[in-house]
Design a binder for this molecule. Sequence first.
Ligand code: NDP
Length: 310
Amino acid sequence: MSGEFDLVVAGSGLAGLSAALTGARLGLRTLILTGDVLGGQLLSINQIDGYPGFPDSVAGYDLCPMTQEQAVAAGAEIASTTLDGLAAQDGGWRLAIGEGEVMARGLVVATGAALRILGVPGEERLRGKGVSHCASCDAPLLRGKAVVVIGGGDSACQEALTLAESAATVTILHRGSALTAQAAYRDRVLQQPNIIVRFHHVAEEILGDSGVAGVRIHDTASGQRTEIAAAGIFAYIGLDPATAFLGGAVTLAKDGRIPTDAALRTALTGVAAAGAARAGFAGRAAAAAGEGATAAIAIANYLRHDRWRD
Ligand code: NDP
């Protein structure tokens, strides 16, 4: 693929699709680079709670095509490829994408973040054999069985609640002394009869030969080590931003995310960032959509006034 675009959006989660929708509606020739899969993480979210306009929640796999269709109807084009690198050229950006290149006058980086892995023995070997990152996909396979969820934040609690609908028991292992999830999830988890929360517990090894059979756990308060049986293991211990492709073009924040100003402009002229790849992202689907729109507007203002900073 080749061509010249006013706006290229890297990433096709809610932030990316919203940026493309807004850019196209503003009359910018807009291209979305989808990344490996259109929608990314959004596709594996069974239930997005608290998204305005959907009081009964909405599935990520429904919201993604809806927003994509809206962006395409507004005029955005889509390329199923990743953004692999960027170089300044002629006042814009030459973007390396898969096999080809495109020129962008403005770029929105909305590449999101990937679920962090535990890094314990057994995790890679048993991935897809009981070690999973998609509770809604694998819950039906684990009906009536014992499963373990690791983490104490919104994702761990939300996914534990999803699993508890079909699993016999869900054990949450949390390294801290209190769940950090928003009250709406935390309270439901603590009241759910088949969810057991073990505080001060970490997973040390995932056990099993051809499939997950259990986890070796460490109680960091007592020092005791035991094994518990489980057929499925789900680690939700935070997200790592997908920013490596920037290759030092931008000085990243300590957590690997991209710093921006309040208008979501990065230190690079004509490059804005939105969503989970951005430092300071509020971690809500609604925030991702809002940031995408804000970032596209930053690019539109730049192209109109030929001035990046105020
Ligand atoms: P968070 O970073 O919010 O939470 C990660 C959890 O994992 C914490 O409990 C943390 O413990 C624990 N943890 C981190 N590293 C390790 C480790 N190595 N071993 C064991 N435990 C570990 O990530 P989430 O994925 O929960 O959420 C990401 C973002 O998405 C957040 O902003 C969240 O609010 C948002 N989100 C929003 C939802 C919604 O609004 N409906 C639903 C799901 C997610 P500790 O506290 O000790 O660091």
